[in-house]
Design a binder for this molecule. Structure first.
Ligand code: ASP
Length: 639
């Protein structure tokens, strides 16, 4: 190897993929290259020994090239190749040759050629890997994949997902720079930034007894950057939340975090939408965007029509309110004496208590077996419903249902009509005194059945916005209003007068407060039934922010302790501002047809928060606790 000396290479060559080990990658050669002498390096993907001929498929990130070591042409190369096993790292030099007629492999980019090896050098040997790297369909236990992630990433599917993610981030950065955003990093060692989860904390050595919190998001810092006059900020930000893990959760995850000054909701949503379209087209050009401009549903409408604040709009199956037809249709039979208004106790009780009776139609499920229907009823119960009624629509369009004997045939026909039930549909009806429960149960059934029945086109990207969420929800246990999304969210201007308590004392919230009716300038971006991100236009006046914090149960002292910095900053001229955070892991997963974000993370944690490859979390090194003045005394069990 030569000594490094002052560069004599052109910048173009320095930026190329050529290195001292290769002048082409394993994905580069085509038929026109026949006759060239080349050098390449990579891993042995597959080896076939035909005696005098040994075929090596040489693989790197860029592709696979077939190498032939022929004992007659090049005995040295053949001897080396005969010692090689799968996953050895080798360097090969040789001449590019067109494959013989009939031997070309159209499924490989390099399938028109092969490299006739002049020399084969083993750069490193490899043990037999614990799973197949060259069999894309072989099932592998996930714990093994995580333990040997560096081998898992050699597999094409995993590699492609990481490449997609890199392209996604690149396209995001590009769009933001063009739109005048400045990329700024914010600290990881921070103070608690509440986003509704538990903090990870880091004890300070220099200030014994004190801790940093890892950011749940850079929320306050990005707002402070607006006070600083930065105008438009973005960051591909790592966030940390100590929560129980699920398929779309990890203790650390990545957000596209952005904030803009002098904007309203419309302006932020317009930018994010245009950026999302551009980025989707760059990363997944073959996937159609269902509707652009994206549908915008206010929270009430989303819950009413889809029973969800993150509706999957790839299919219809909208929820239908049955109360009008159960109660109101003039042609209906009058209730018999002693009978409730609908004839069915469950419906009557729900409606009398201010609840709802709603339905959703599942296409083609009218012939569902008894046990299939029972399974749906069990699902509804799991989601919290007392039960689930069903109506099957027969070939002639008439309904059949066990509840017919209570409500009568005319009401049954009215249900089928209201639910737009077509022959073959199974109409599912949920009734409960709690309107949000009815929405939630039917919303979840809708989502589950939509996917099961194959109604959601897997290629389509159905983005939408859900906006105008309630500002707060009452926390009965703690006696305070919790922000439904973000403690800094602004209130819709016409609702500002509602940010008061019934008692008149801002520090004594109660469920009777007008604040419960206030709507937030909050918007969520949704993709195929997943909440991709959420943001808001913020409160930028100190007095209003203090009022909102008081409703959220902060005493004056606690407010000062937690948010003193940002409250003070607002005294120095905070511009109106708003922003959003979009989950990069979720976005990558959806674009890569995955339902688990671990599949688009290079080094994710397991369900129990463990890194199986590096072995974290682990006990501290000797002395580390002492230095921090800590001792582990065990965990007190709650209760
Ligand atoms: N900080 C919020 C979050 O992480 C997003 C935002 O409001 O910008 O969910």
């Amino acid at each position: 190897m030569s000594e490094p000396h002052a560069s004599s290479t052109s910048p173009e060559a320095a930026f190329s993929l050529r290195t001292p080990y290769r002048d082409v990658t394993c994905g580069e050669l085509r038929g026109d290259d026949a006759g060239r002498t080349v050098r390449m390096a990579g891993w042995v993907h597959r080896r076939r020994d035909l005696g005098r001929l040994i075929f090596l498929d040489l693989r790197d990130r860029f592709g696979i090239t077939q190498v032939v070591a022929d004992a007659d042409e090049s005995p040295g190369a053949h001897a080396a190749a005969s010692r090689i096993r799968g996953e050895f790292v080798v360097e090969v030099s040789g001449q590019v040759a067109r494959r013989l007629a009939g031997m070309a492999n159209a499924s490989m980019d390099t399938g028109a050629i092969e490299v006739r090896a002049g020399s084969v050098e083993i750069l490193n040997e490899a043990q037999t890997p614990p799973f197949y790297i060259n069999e894309p369909d072989a099932p592998i236990e996930e714990s093994l994949r995580l333990r040997y992630r560096y081998l898992d990433i050699r597999r094409r599917a995993m590699l492609d997902r990481l490449l997609l993610r890199s392209e996604l981030v690149n396209a995001i950065r590009d769009a933001h720079h063009r739109a005048g955003f400045v990329e700024i990093e914010t600290p990881i060692l921070l103070k608690s930034t509440p986003e509704g989860a538990r903090d990870f904390i880091v004890p300070s050595r220099l200030q014994p007894g004190c801790v940093y919190a890892l950011p749940q998001s850079p929320q306050q810092l990005k707002q402070l950057l607006m006070v600083a006059g930065m105008d438009r900020y973005f960051q591909i930000a790592r966030c940390f939340r100590d929560e129980d893990l699920r398929g779309d959760r990890q203790p650390e995850f990545t957000q596209l975090d952005l904030e803009m000054s002098f904007v309203d909701e419309q302006r932020v949503m317009d930018f994010v939408e245009a950026m999302a379209v551009e980025v989707s087209r760059a990363v997944a050009p073959e996937r159609p965007i269902q509707q652009s401009p994206f549908p915008r549903l206010d929270h009430i409408e989303a819950m009413e029509r889809y029973g969800s604040d993150k509706p999957d709009l790839r299919f219809g199956m909208e929820l239908v309110d049955l109360a009008p037809v159960l109660l109101g249709a003039p042609a209906l039979r009058a209730p018999a004496p002693g009978e409730g208004p609908t004839g069915f106790r469950v419906f009557d009780d729900a409606l009398a208590a201010g609840g709802r009776v709603k339905a959703v139609s599942a296409p083609g499920m009218a012939d569902a077996s008894r046990s299939q229907v029972d399974e749906l009823v069990d699902l509804a119960k799991k989601y919290g419903a007392g039960g689930l009624a069903h109506v099957s629509v027969g070939p002639d369009g008439s309904g059949r249902s066990p509840i017919a004997r209570f409500i009568g045939d005319d009401r049954l026909a009215a249900i089928v009509h209201a639910a737009a039930g077509k022959p073959g549909d199974l109409i599912l009806v949920c009734a409960d005194a709690r309107p949000e429960l009815v929405a939630d149960v039917l919303g979840r059934l809708r989502q589950e059945l939509g996917l099961r029945l194959g109604l959601a086109d897997k290629d389509v990207l159905a983005y939408c916005w859900v906006y105008r969420f309630p500002m707060y929800q009452w926390d009965a246990e703690r006696g305070r209003w919790d922000a439904t999304h973000n403690p800094f969210s602004g209130v819709v201007p016409e609702d500002e007068s509602l940010l008061v308590t019934a008692s008149g004392d801002p520090y004594r919230p109660s469920p009777a407060d007008p604040a419960g009716r206030a709507r937030a300038m909050q918007y969520d971006i949704v993709l195929n039934g997943w909440e991709l991100g959420g943001g808001s236009v913020r409160i930028h006046r100190r007095e209003l922010l203090e009022r909102s914090f008081a409703l959220q149960g902060y005493s004056r002292e606690r407010m000062q302790e937690m948010f003193g910095g940002i409250l003070e900053a607002f005294d120095f001229g905070a511009p109106p501002h708003g922003g959003i955070a979009v989950g990069i892991d979720r976005w990558s997963a959806l674009l890569a047809y995955q339902t688990n974000i671990r599949e688009v993370m290079a080094f994710p944690k397991t369900q129990s928060g463990a890194d199986l490859m590096m072995g974290s979390p682990s006990e501290p090194e000797p002395g580390q606790y002492d230095e921090l003045g800590l001792r582990f005394v065990g965990v007190r069990q709650p209760g």
